[in-house]
Design a protein around this ligand. Sequence first.
Ligand code: ATP
Ligand code: MG
Length: 329
Amino acid sequence: RPRVLSGIQPTAGSFHLGNYLGAVRQWVALQEAHDAFYCVVDLHAITVEQNPKELRQNTRVSAAQLLALGIDPDRATLFVQSHVPEHAQLGWVMQCLTGFGEASRMTQFKDKSARQEQSVGVGLFTYPILQAADILLYQAHYVPVGEDQRQHLELTRDLATRFNSRHGKTFRLPEAYIVKDTAKIFDLQDPTAKMSKSVPGGVVELLEDPKRSAKKIRSAVTDTGREIIFDVENKPGVSNLLTIYSALTGRTVESLVVDYDGKGYGDLKKDLGEVFTEWVAPVQERVRMYLDDVASLDKILARGAERAREVASVTLRRTYDKIGFVLPE
Ligand code: ATP
Ligand code: MG
C-alpha cells in the first residue's frame, strides 16, 4: 500500500475550515487504501512563541479533532511529532544539506516573519527543512496538503534528490497530493488571503460556537454586483463561499449556481451558515468525548508513536550510515 504522511500544527486550539477542506478531509479519505501516517507537529508550533499550558492542551485538542473528523487510529498511524525523536535528528541532517539561499526563497517565511511582532526565530526560517525530514523519514509516496505547502514539497524533493545523488538511493521522492477544488480556502473578510490559524480575521473555527461561525459567514465580504456565479478573479468572495458550500454538501458548484439564480448574497450566506452549523455539531460532540477521557487519548497517541518510530528509526539509521557516522551498537 502506498504510504502517505501529513501533519498539522497545534498553534491554535481549533482547526479552521481551510485545514479541514484543504487537508484533513483528504487524510480521512486516504487512510482507506494507503498506509497513512498523520502527526500533530508540535515541534513546528514552537517556531513562534507558545504558552506551555496552552501548547499541551492544543496538542491534545488537535489530536481529538483529527479523531473526531474521522481519522481511525486502527487504520492510520496518528502521533505527536515530539514523541518521535527521529524528526529532530533527521531535521539536522537536512539543515546541513540545505543552501542558505534556497531556504531564503521560501515565501511562507517571508509572509509569516513580516507579520511577526516579536523577534523572528531561526526556527521559523528552517521550519520547511524540518518538514522535509518529517516526510522523508516515512518514505512517503504522497503528502496531502493545501496549496500553500507546494513550495515546501518542492524543497523536500530537492533535498531528497541531493542526498540520494551524493550517497545513493536513500529517500523516496514524495509527491504533493493537492485536491484542486479546495486547495485554498480564503479568509472570509479578505477573500484574496488564505484562511490561516495565525492570522485573525474571517476564520471559521471548527470549535468555536457555531452561532459565531454562522455570523462570520453572514458577514463575509462579498463582491460588488449581485449575481451568484463562480468567478474567482472577479468574485473571489462569492466563489469562496460556493467552494465551501459545495465541499460541505457534496453538491456541485454548478448546481448551486442554478439553485441560487435570482437569489441574493444574503440567502447564500444564511444557508451556508446553516449548512456549516449542522455539519459541525456532531464533530464538536465527538471532540468533547475524546477530551473527556485524556488517558485514552494519550494511549492512542502512544501507540501511534510506537508504530511511527518503527519506520522512522530504520530510515534514520540508514541515513546516518550513509553519511559516515559510526553507528552505535
Ligand atoms: P499557520 O498559519 O499557523 O501556518 P495554518 O492555518 O496554515 O496555520 P497548518 O497547521 O500550517 O495551518 O496547516 C495544516 C494543513 O492545512 C496544511 O496541509 C495546509 O496546507 C492546510 N491549509 C492551511 N490553510 C489552508 C487553507 N486556507 N486552505 C486550504 N488548506 C489549508
Ligand atoms: Mg501553515
